[in-house]
Design a protein around this ligand. Structure first.
Ligand code: PMP
Length: 400
């Protein structure tokens, strides 16, 4: 009787259900680049240049010379890696400067950098160790994993629905055991629907029940708010949100995550968040790059370009006859059927446009879509090429 694993059997099952995923190396992280097929024998052969409408590098700063120089300077002056956990010898001046700037941007007392947004979510929820967590049904996987690892009772409320949150909090309170610590957690921009959480209403409900609020601004930092402070800043709820969390890997073009909040929260996290304590400090080049990207994002020009591109692309896609969801820089083009979504994805790809089909189980059955994300660095002509590709591809596969 064998008790081993069977990776090939599991992969075959994925293949059968159309769920097998593959890696495709890109030549560069930019608005336009070349891709190669999964190189089985180690040789990478790039194809023709394509336009990328699939990345979270919203401000197009990953190949910006200023950000690249900041990464290089940090590598030269501090080192290529932190060399140890922040609590041992991995805490450096570049980490502190980044945290000061993040706290300032978020109008918070202090910020703490983690090695990824994923680690920030898991470590923070686990360290807070709430008795009950109220979580939006479409929250990111790293929030879900944080809830699991924390071992808390998790109540899932309907997507962006403060009335349902209120109902579920009342129901929970009516059970008679009013636990000491309740946490409401939500993304601020939902990455598959491109919609925004109604933070003022959610915060009001949380306040009625004395719950803390934690907001994941992964897709909002550097993009929303007067100085890129996110949806918390735009909806002016900074004083009602206890934990502002995000990533350095999207608009900030680097790698890493952060939490911003009160001094006592940050001190607790640096003592008790296991993903912070037991993981090497953020790599100094990532800290340097994120800091420069944050400066550029706060400056405003890149954000203006992004929003002009979003507007032009949404208008073009809607003009072509597509239904485009959301109200953010993420433009989910609704297709419906999963096979149609895959057909549209490959038809636009043949036209040099990269935008992924999102299918069940990531989205509900019948709600498959293409997730189209423009960058600040796309030109008007490139946005128009994307629209034209959607138009002719849609006709070809019978969607328009
Ligand atoms: N939160 C959200 C909402 C995200 O979309 C992501 C990344 N996809 C993360 C957290 C994780 O961030 P990171 O990629 O830095 O681990």
């Amino acid at each position: 009787m064998a008790h081993g694993f069977s990776p090939s059997e599991r992969l075959r099952e994925r293949e059968e259900h159309d769920l097998r995923r593959h890696l495709n190396p890109a030549e560069a992280v930019a608005a336009r680049t070349r891709f190669a097929d999964d190189p089985k024998d180690g040789t990478i052969e790039f194809g023709e240049p394509e336009l990328v409408f699939a990345a979270n590098n919203y401000l197009g700063l990953a190949d910006d010379a200023r950000v690249q120089r900041a990464a290089e300077t940090a590598a030269r002056s501090v080192g290529t890696g932190a060399g140890a956990s922040r609590l041992v010898t991995g805490d450096t001046a570049i980490h502190r400067s980044l945290e000061t700037d993040l706290a300032d941007c978020k109008d918070a007392e202090r910020a703490l950098a983690f090695s990824s947004g994923y680690a920030a979510n898991v470590g923070t929820i686990d360290a807070l160790s709430p008795d009950v967590i109220f979580s939006d049904e479409l929250n990111h996987a790293s929030i879900i994993d944080g809830c699991r690892i924390a071992g808390a009772e998790t109540v899932v409320y309907d997507h962006c629905d403060p009335a349902d949150l209120h109902q579920k909090m009342s129901d929970r309170e009516a059970t008679g055991e009013r636990d000491a610590s309740w946490l409401v957690v939500t993304d601020s921009v939902f990455s598959m629907d491109g919609d925004l959480a109604p933070l003022p209403e959610l915060c009001d409900v949380a306040e009625q029940f004395g719950a803390w609020v934690m907001v994941d601004e992964a897709h909002a930092t550097g993009v929303f708010g007067e100085s890129g402070g996110g949806v918390v800043q735009r909806q002016d709820v900074g004083d009602q949100v206890d934990v502002q969390l995000g990533t350095l890997s999207k608009a900030l073009a680097a790698q890493g995550g952060y939490v911003a909040g009160r001094e006592s929260l940050i001190e607790l996290l640096l003592n008790e968040a296991r993903t912070f304590v037991f993981s090497t400090g953020l790599a100094p080049p990532a800290a340097g790059a994120a800091r420069e990207a944050l400066r550029i994002a706060r400056d405003g020009d890149a954000r203006e370009h992004l929003w002009a591109n979003v507007e032009r692309l949404r208008a073009g896609l809607e003009g072509a006859g597509y239904e485009v969801l959301g109200e953010s820089q993420i433009l989910p083009v609704l297709v419906g059927d999963r096979t149609d979504a895959l057909a549209l994805e490959s038809a636009i790809r043949e036209r040099g446009i990269v935008a992924p089909a999102i299918r069940p189980p990531t989205v509900p059955d019948g709600a498959s879509r293409l997730r189209v994300a423009p960058m600040a660095t796309h030109t008007d002509a490139e946005i128009d090429r994307c629209v034209a590709a959607f138009e002719s591809a849609g006709e070809e596969v019978g969607l328009l």
